[in-house]
Design a protein around this ligand. Structure first.
Ligand SMILES: NC(=O)c1ccc[n+]([C@@H]2O[C@H](COP(=O)([O-])OP(=O)(O)OC[C@H]3O[C@@H](n4cnc5c(N)ncnc54)[C@H](O)[C@@H]3O)[C@@H](O)[C@H]2O)c1
Length: 432
């Protein structure tokens, strides 16, 4: 059993902290957000993540998992302090905003009164590990020693607990190999490859991985556009490509593009890092452009069917950036809803778990209690998030309540031939 403090109790901090507790460690999750910590201490979760609630409750009840807003309390017995705070995009240049990491490093430095290892899990630009070390050194009031290890996180929202307990690999980077090996000890029971490298390389592995995945999504979306123009079906193209072992089948789903709290900001941050070093990240620029075009193209399809959108009723099925999460950061639904509203459409929407979050971001939508309620009186229905419950709808019932049976399937969850036979005007993505 090791003693761990996790600074930042969001999607990454709460999930990794809970999983470390589940592995038998003593974990304190710390956050500056008092409301979040009060909620957790009252037995409620601030986020939706499959399987997390049970795990939090069990480890909380067993006394292995605690929540606090106090650095003094959180760090008191800690051998490891993980930084898992947010690193959003800063302003227009796309660089990562390191305010939260810097603030966490300052607080850690001020409360450092015994030797420990600082492990950075936030996705941060190359050089941030050294920056954290210099801040902690500047703030430190004692002789306590510390090392900084980079340990980028690869979990996916929607399957975060499973990813955390079954990672494809663990990446550790440090100038102090012994410190990295000590952190590796926390992961040994997971029996996965552990890569130990230098700080900069570990930080880069995270950005390069996310950029690669985003590139695959934009690649297949570009192919989808060509398929649509030439009469091929991108879904079958992707299946045919995926059997090639050199290519593989994952991240080849054409749709509304990537969203969420990671890919958009991380691709932009990598471009910014490259540009500031005089490099020309041309491919990443194209990846970003294609991604934002996908959302516009989906709205174009609705307009092509309905003519002017003013006064038309458009329904959105799904709001979260992907299924099994309530995360709306950079969700396609936000851009699509805003484009529709800007053209004077009335927008109805439903999502199984993200409606509460969505209400704050998109106050001018009509929120409905299920998919059939969304469809009522609609001139077009757009599939925005591929939640399983949308795949099994009674489409006769959907058609019966719509004003015009138009479906723009942004996630290719339906069979176009079947829907057309039922009398729908159906447009998928990359399927003529
Ligand atoms: N969300 C993901 O799927 C995912 C996956 C891999 C990596 N990451 C990376 O992990 C990091 C965290 O992402 P997230 O989605 O968990 O963010 P989040 O916004 O859900 O949570 C961050 C938390 O940090 C807290 N915080 C901010 N400053 C703090 C401080 N000084 N002291 C204590 N707490 C502080 C915030 O209040 C918030 O609760 C980011 O760098 C992100 O890019 C995220």
């Amino acid at each position: 059993m090791r003693s761990i403090c996790v600074v930042g109790t969001g999607y990454v901090g709460l999930v990794t902290g809970t999983c470390f507790a589940e592995l038998g460690n003593q974990v304190t999750c710390l956050d500056v957000d008092e409301a979040k910590i009060a909620l957790l201490n009252s037995g409620k979760l601030p986020i939706y993540e499959p399987g997390l609630a049970d795990l939090v409750q069990r480890n909380f009840n067993m006394g292995r998992l605690r929540f606090t807003t106090s650095y003094a309390e959180g760090m008191a017995a800690a051998e490891f302090v993980f930084i898992a705070v947010n690193t959003p995009s800063s302003g227009d240049n796309g660089g990562a905003d390191l305010r939260f990491v810097e603030s966490a490093a300052k607080s850690i430095g001020r409360h450092l009164d015994h030797d420990l290892i600082i492990v950075n899990k936030s996705t941060v630009p190359i050089g941030t590990g050294d920056l954290v070390a210099s801040i902690v050194l500047a703030e430190r009031k004692t002789d306590a020693r510390f090392s900084v290890v980079s340990n980028p996180e690869f979990l996916r929202e929607g399957s975060a607990v499973a990813d955390c307990l079954n990672p494809d690999r663990v990446v550790l980077g440090s100038t102090n190999r012994t410190a990295a090996e000590t952190v590796a000890g926390l992961y040994l029971s997971l029996r996965c490859p552990i890569i130990i490298t230098d700080l900069a390389t570990a930080e880069m592995i995270k950005y390069a991985s996310n950029a690669m995945l985003a590139t695959r999504i934009s690649f297949i979306n570009e192919i989808a556009e060509v398929c649509e123009a030439l009469g091929a079906d991108v879904k079958q193209v992707a299946i045919g490509m995926g059997y090639d072992k050199r290519i593989g089948s994952s991240f080849l789903e054409a749709g509304l593009g990537y969203g969420g709290s990671c890919f958009p900001k991380d691709v932009k941050a990598l471009m910014h890092m490259a540009s500031t070093q005089g490099c020309h990240p041309q491919m990443l620029q194209a990846v970003t452009d294609i991604n934002s075009d996908q959302r516009k193209r989906a709205v174009d399809k609705v307009r092509n069917q309905l003519g002017r959108l003013e006064g038309k009723h458009v329904g959105l099925l799904g709001l979260a950036f992907k299924p099994n999460t309530d995360d709306m950061r950079e969700a396609a639904a936000v851009d699509i809803a805003n484009m529709l509203l800007a053209e004077g459409a009335h927008v109805r929407a439903y999502d199984p778990v993200a409606m509460e979050v969505a209400r704050g971001l998109l106050p001018n939508l009509t929120y409905c209690h299920d998919a059939y309620d969304v469809a009522r009186g609609c001139d077009a229905l757009m599939i925005v998030t591929e939640w399983n419950e949308f795949k099994q709808l009674d489409m006769e019932r959907v058609k019966a309540v719509m004003r015009q049976p138009v479906i723009v399937d942004g996630r290719n969850i339906y069979d176009g031939t079947t829907l057309r036979e039922m009398g729908f005007t159906y447009q998928g993505t990359g399927r003529s």
